[in-house]
Design a binder for this molecule. Structure first.
Ligand SMILES: Cc1cc2nc3c(=O)[nH]c(=O)nc-3n(C[C@H](O)[C@H](O)[C@H](O)COP(=O)(O)OP(=O)(O)OC[C@H]3O[C@@H](n4cnc5c(N)ncnc54)[C@H](O)[C@@H]3O)c2cc1C
Length: 416
């Protein structure tokens, strides 16, 4: 039976569900509050450098199969550059540059162990620690990632070089508070084979690489898209729903699919329940002179900027060099001080005495990710709740989790 469905939220989750439902012939109406689709994966135009800039660079791993399939399906798979096999470039002040690069010619677990053994400062102790992590992956159920590391007696250097950066990168939360089961589920999937472990990044701004192809696909399927439309409440009457914007009443619809972060869903449904989120701050810097970095992405250990993205090289752009430093789980404080810190770190990373940007832009997303908690789902049959509300053990708030929520919500509606 073909149905009319309203989708609230035009981020990746809403777009995915809208496409899947429209493909099944349902009549889809997508409502987005902002002036453009994309949500947390969006770009803005920076007139000073005449470039589209992402709110923050997004990193993918090969294990993001749902995202990969979705993008391939709309002809946008080529917009991601994938590593042939995992190479994690790292830097710290004592050891300089080094990288974790498991050999693609060995089975992954063996290759990872050999690569780890070769890292400066590591050795048999790290291997034993890695084996203990591997052995406890399935049953990991401590209060936090840190508690897991302590319980398994994981060496300090392995925690510092690998676990801490990965935890901040995927969970957007420090080891001391991040959910152990969710982090273990990421490790289990990401480190299962070479294909899953490799990294990928967009080679165009997010709006062009990701959002526009999805939008075009939805339009070609006859879905209707309404931007600048904030839905304030949902009214259920008999077997239909109406949406209210404050000025207008929209509908009736047979189903409403909520594709929002949990705090926005709570606001919409009038639920007075706090939702914990974590920020991400991106420090975008542009340079006239070349800042040499060994790879398109470098992880800093013991640095304020945790990941340094060479955006120009990722996007194949020449001219002014764009580097973005990502600071997970931190809001922008004093902006001048933050830029100075990042420039000092970049000077050390690149071996250049002083680095002086010609332009800078700091973007803080206050609610970059909804943290793992004992969230509720608000499904009623007519209302399908695909909100970002990760439970312990779920994949954390990522691109892949957003796509999967969209896929699952569309499927559950089709089965009703
Ligand atoms: C800076 C940053 C860096 C990140 N880096 C990575 C990364 O490297 N790798 C990774 O996998 N993930 C990363 N993420 C996470 C990833 O971007 C998100 O998990 C994902 O985009 C969430 O998509 P979504 O559709 O669930 O939510 P959103 O993108 O938040 O979409 C929800 C949409 O709903 C709209 N909306 C809200 N309320 C209403 C309303 N009442 N009516 C109508 N519309 C409404 C919003 O405007 C928004 O467009 C990052 C996030 C940020 C912010």
């Amino acid at each position: 039976m073909k149905r009319s469905v309203a989708i609230i939220g035009g981020g990746l989750c809403g777009l995915t569900s809208a496409i899947r439902l429209a493909e099944k012939g349902h009549q889809v109406h997508l409502y987005e509050a902002a002036p453009a689709l994309g949500g947390r994966t969006r770009s803005f135009y920076d007139a000073t450098v005449n470039e589209w800039v992402d709110n923050g660079p997004h990193l993918l791993i090969g294990a993001y199969k749902a995202t990969h399939k979705l993008l391939e399906g709309v002809g946008a798979g080529v917009n991601i550059t994938w590593q042939q096999s995992l190479k994690l470039s790292l830097w710290d002040e004592q050891r300089g540059h080094f990288s974790l690069a498991p050999s693609p010619y060995l089975p992954f677990p063996l290759a990872l162990m050999a690569a780890l053994y070769r890292l400066p400062g590591h050795g048999a102790d790290s291997l034993l620690s890695l084996l203990r992590i591997h052995r406890s992956l399935k049953g990991a159920d401590t209060a936090s990632v840190k508690a897991w590391m302590v319980a398994e007696n994981i060496s300090d250097i392995l925690q510092r070089d690998l676990i801490e950066p990965l935890c901040l990168g995927v969970m957007n939360e420090p080891m001391e508070s991040a959910d152990c089961k969710s982090f273990a589920s990421v490790l289990r999937v990401a480190f299962s084979n070479h294909d899953h472990a490799r990294l990928g990044w967009f080679n165009k701004p997010l709006s062009e690489a990701l959002i526009r192809p999805l939008e075009q696909r939805l339009e070609s399927l006859g879905g209707s898209i309404h931007i600048r439309t904030t839905i304030r409440s949902i009214e259920q009457a008999d077997d239909t729903c109406l949406l209210h914007t404050g000025q207008n009443e929209l509908g009736p619809y047979q189903h409403v699919l909520i594709a929002l972060p949990a705090y926005a869903r709570n606001r919409l449904l009038g639920i007075d329940e706090p939702v914990k989120t974590s920020p991400i701050t991106n420090v975008h810097l542009w340079f006239e002179n070349d800042i040499p970095l060994p790879d398109a992405l470098v992880g800093g250990i013991g640095t304020r900027g945790q990941w340094y993205f060479n955006v120009s090289s990722q996007m194949g752009r020449s001219g002014t060099q764009h580097i973005c430093a990502v600071i997970s789980a931190e809001k922008a404080g004093n902006k001048a001080e933050m830029i100075q810190n990042i420039c000092e770190e970049l000077a050390k990373l690149s071996g250049i005495e002083t680095v002086q940007p010609v332009h800078s832009k700091i973007v803080t997303e206050q609610h970059a990710t909804v943290l793992v908690a004992d969230h509720r789902r608000m499904n009623t049959g007519m209302i399908i709740d695909a909100s970002e509300a990760p439970l312990s053990g779920d994949f954390p708030a990522t691109i892949e989790a957003a796509v999967l929520r969209g896929e699952e919500a569309a499927q559950s509606l089709c089965f009703q």
